[in-house]
Design a protein around this ligand. Structure first.
Ligand SMILES: [Zn+2]
Length: 202
């Protein structure tokens, strides 16, 4: 089984008057998260986890913070690029787990909707998305939201099927070799190889 694990972390400060978006979900709150983009701390952590799992760098590699194109950008742009990177590398998401650390707003009441939103953006079932939240006890960081994300990837079936087919063809070829050896031992003559050489098919 070909699997990968990825981990991502992000943090943003709260800013009065800005709209609050976490996990692609708009949340009614007097403060939003300050950032060059829409400040979606959870989507940024997930994006980094996906990119890290396939050794494709991090969000800053693709979207430098100073680039005016990404000013107030919807963070689903970053997430979609990371999804494309893992697809190109031949992987898909098995599941992910996340933890948010923030004092307010309370995530519990919106956790279900947030899980649906993230699952929808990633194209996986909500049952494969973990959304957890904690308050920053003893950390003295009242006006900051932090997010941690871990993701598990597996090699896509197409690739796995191809590997199985290759292995089957290889074992059939070995079997043919054994039979050919046995026949030549019995008859004392070498049996010619089949004109259909399967070597080229893979
Ligand atoms: Zn961020």
């Amino acid at each position: 089984m070909d699997i990968r694990i990825g981990y991502g972390f992000d943090s943003h400060a709260f800013k009065a008057g800005a709209p609050l978006k976490i996990g692609g979900l708009s949340i009614d709150h007097p403060e939003g998260l300050a950032g060059h983009s829409d400040g979606d701390v959870l989507l940024h952590a997930i994006t980094d986890a996906l990119l890290g799992a396939v050794s494709a760098g991090d969000i800053g590699t693709f979207f430098p913070p100073g680039d005016p194109r990404w000013r107030d950008a919807d963070s689903t742009i970053f997430l979609n690029l990371a999804m494309e990177e893992i697809r190109n590398a031949g992987f898909r998401i098995v599941n992910l787990d996340t933890t948010l650390i923030l004092n307010a707003p309370r995530i519990g009441p919106v956790a279900g909707a947030m899980r649906e939103s993230v699952a929808d953006l990633l194209g996986i079932a909500p049952g494969n998305v973990g959304i957890k939240a904690k308050t920053p006890e003893g950390l003295n960081i009242d006006h900051v939201a932090q997010a941690h994300a871990v993701v598990l990837l597996e090699r896509t079936e197409e690739e796995g099927d191809l590997q199985t087919m290759t292995a089957m063809m290889e074992s059939q070829r070995q079997l043919e070799d054994v039979v050919r050896d046995l026949v030549s031992q019995v008859h004392g003559v070498e049996v010619k190889k089949s004109p259909f050489d399967t070597d080229d098919i893979t």
